[in-house]
Design a protein around this ligand. Structure first.
Ligand SMILES: Nc1nc2c(ncn2[C@@H]2O[C@H](COP(=O)(O)OP(=O)(O)OP(=O)(O)O)[C@@H](O)[C@H]2O)c(=O)[nH]1
Ligand SMILES: [Mg+2]
Length: 344
């Protein structure tokens, strides 16, 4: 069941159309190499360490990567929410101090703080000054994601080992079922002993069956093409150590095969530097959404915010308990500001 406002949806579609055009018009570079690692190396040498992979192709045993420089990432950015609420500051200096204090407390680095302040400075012509709009302009929050989930696009969770993918997948399943949506669930985690069993037991409690293994992948993805099914496809994957070349190769093959944006699951308790580096590596492989888990286990939220800002990953949900029945939560920018501000 979708509660999406048709006008809002239309605006969003138009905006997406715009991004696509901007993306097509952005200068892009094609690199051909005999292996993925060689192609990635070449892309980074030519376009810089932060280059963005736009498309991947395998032809006659060679890998072809289409890439563009990081500066063009702006084309993907989600527009800040139209309305700005939250705390107001009587003058520019107080607003700057509030932003700097937040960045300090949550260990958000210089880049994040500079970007936020730069965006904040656009609001100085009107007093009092809010800090919410500027945060939304640099970190994309998508708080209505769960209501708008489309059966056409599979939900595919990827992430480092132990980041909370399986629990999150079960939570998404439970929420969709509570909305009377139909689901089809596949796990590719045949690597970890008991990995599939863990998800199976969660699904049994919901009277749902689990498909296990890569042999089901093609047919499950094809089912997304039949609109009448209106079944949301959910795919769990094994933990990926993105620094490991074998795991990178798996992710490369997998993202190529599913040809759909992936969702990164990151623990909120991860430090901002590691979170950003991991996100950038996953971004290479078509990861465009971000879910954060273990919000209950930290009071510093710099990790996932830094990751989202660095790669323009849309934050679609968070989890703050390991219990499936507690569900997941959407995260709006105003609420994020409340979490970030010091208590009292
Ligand atoms: N406190 C808390 N614990 C969580 C949360 N989400 C997941 N966990 C716990 O984190 C641990 C790892 O969760 P999983 O869902 O198995 O993680 P995973 O990413 O699937 O792990 P692998 O499949 O091994 O890569 C488990 O002990 C979960 O119960 C959360 O929001 N809060
Ligand atoms: Mg798992």
């Amino acid at each position: 069941m979708s509660t999406a406002d048709p006008e809002k949806q239309r605006t969003r579609n138009l905006k997406q159309e715009g991004w696509r055009w901007e993306l097509l018009l952005s200068p892009q570079t094609k690199v051909t190499a005999p292996s993925l690692s060689k192609a990635l190396e070449e892309v980074k040498t030519t376009l810089g360490q932060d280059a963005i992979i736009v498309a991947t192709e395998e032809r006659d045993g060679e890998i072809i990567l289409t890439a563009m420089p990081k500066e063009n990432l702006k084309s993907f950015s989600v527009s800040p929410s139209e309305s700005s609420s939250g705390p107001l500051y009587s003058d520019a200096l107080s607003a700057i101090k509030a932003v700097c204090d937040i960045c300090d407390t949550h260990q958000l680095g210089h880049t994040f703080c500079d970007q936020w302040l730069k965006e904040l400075s656009r609001d100085f012509s009107v007093m009092p000054v809010g800090i919410t709009r500027s945060l939304a302009a640099i970190v994309p929050f998508c708080s209505s994601w769960i209501e708008e989930v489309s059966a056409r696009q599979p939900i595919i969770l990827v992430g480092p080992p132990g980041s909370g993918k399986t629990v999150m997948l079960a939570k998404i399943a439970a929420v969709l079922l509570s909305q009377k949506r139909k689901i089809k669930v596949l796990t590719l985690d045949t690597v970890k002993a008991g990995g599939a069993l863990q998800l199976q037991s969660y699904l049994e409690a919901m009277n749902q069956k689990l498909l296990i293994g890569e042999t089901h992948l093609k047919s499950v993805l094809e089912s997304c093409d039949f609109l009448e099914n209106d079944e949301v496809v959910l795919i769990d994957t094994p933990g990926i150590n993105i620094m490991n070349e074998e795991d990178q190769n798996f992710l490369y093959r997998f993202s190529h095969e599913v040809n759909s944006p992936l969702t990164l699951v990151l623990g909120a308790d991860m430090n901002p530097i590691d979170a950003e580096e991991i996100a950038k590596n996953f971004y290479f492989f078509n990861t465009r959404y971000l879910v954060t888990t273990r919000m209950d286990m930290t009071k510093r939220y710099g990790g996932f915010l830094n990751a989202a800002m660095a790669c323009s990953l849309q934050i679609i949900a968070y989890s703050n308990t390991p219990t499936i029945g507690d569900g997941l939560h959407s995260l709006a920018v105003d609420q994020m500001i409340e979490y970030l501000r010091p208590a009292g």
